[in-house]
Design a protein around this ligand. Structure first.
Ligand code: SAM
Length: 235
């Protein structure tokens, strides 16, 4: 991967950046995504935010190497603190982290989201907590994609301002992903069910305490919820 040729995962994130947007890429590592967006004429102005010095320096180096210092500002900052009001950022990308870390970044500096109309989030795990955060904070899913690359499965969630109501099943699996039910979606959730069934087997060998009984009930409930979605022709 480099600034010319992104991974399929980051290319999917890039595909949701509106032309002419002002983007902040948080956790920007080598700044490949902002460099790619400028090189491809999708944006002319971007912020690359990084909290760790090493990756921050890599991002700085990359932007310089690509000759994009006029277009991309690299900032060493924790989460959305990389965004300044005068930047006029309207689109934020956060990719390659767990859902809970993405949520904590969004939750910690809500003021920085004032001018933002689109969030493109790519959790490696636990996309569910992002959907929960979106509902609580008046964001709605505009689009969502599930993809597989190098034997790993990723989700990309595109949020815009608005209200949405999702069932527990839709929060866990993604309403649109459930409707599309791609092979990658089926693979992800079949593996998850197998994993939960392994947990059930190990629980069955444990002493029967109240906690164990609760855990068993919860795992059985989750398996049922996901099996229903996989078997439902309409969903
Ligand atoms: N976004 C790139 C991608 O998807 O390929 C890099 C992903 S890398 C696994 C995660 C990056 O996020 C790391 O460079 C890490 O230092 C950075 N990061 C983690 N927490 C952060 C935070 N609170 N603010 C800014 N960057 C953060």
């Amino acid at each position: 991967m480099n600034a010319q040729k992104l991974s399929k995962r980051l290319e999917t994130v890039a595909s949701f950046v509106p032309t002419g947007a002002v983007v902040a890429d948080i956790g920007s590592d080598h700044a490949y995504l902002p460099c790619y967006l400028v090189h491809n004429g999708i944006v002319t102005k971007a912020i690359a935010g990084e909290v760790v010095k090493g990756p921050f320096e890599s991002a700085l180096r990359q932007v310089k190497l690509e000759g994009l210092e006029k277009n991309i500002t690299v900032r060493l900052a924790d989460g959305l603190k990389a965004v300044e009001e005068s930047d006029g950022v309207d689109t934020i990308t956060i990719a390659g982290m767990g859902g809970p870390l993405i949520v904590s970044i969004l939750e910690n500096d809500k003021e920085s989201l004032k001018s933002v109309t689109r969030l493109i989030l790519q959790p490696n795990i636990h996309a569910k907590v992002i959907r929960e955060w979106a509902i609580r904070n008046h964001w709605a899913v505009l689009d969502e994609v599930i993809l597989k690359e190098d034997e790993k499965i990723y989700e990309v969630l595109v949020l815009q301002r608005g209200e949405m109501e999702l069932s527990e099943q839709e929060i866990l699996l993604g309403k649109q992903l459930m409707a599309n039910k791609t092979n990658v979606f089926i693979e992800k959730w079949t593996k998850e069910i197998d994993n939960w069934k392994r947990i059930l087997t190990s629980i069955e060998r444990a002493d029967d305490t109240t906690d164990i009984a609760k855990k068993r009930e919860e795992v059985i409930r989750l398996i049922k919820l996901v099996e229903e979605a996989l078997n439902n022709e309409e969903s």
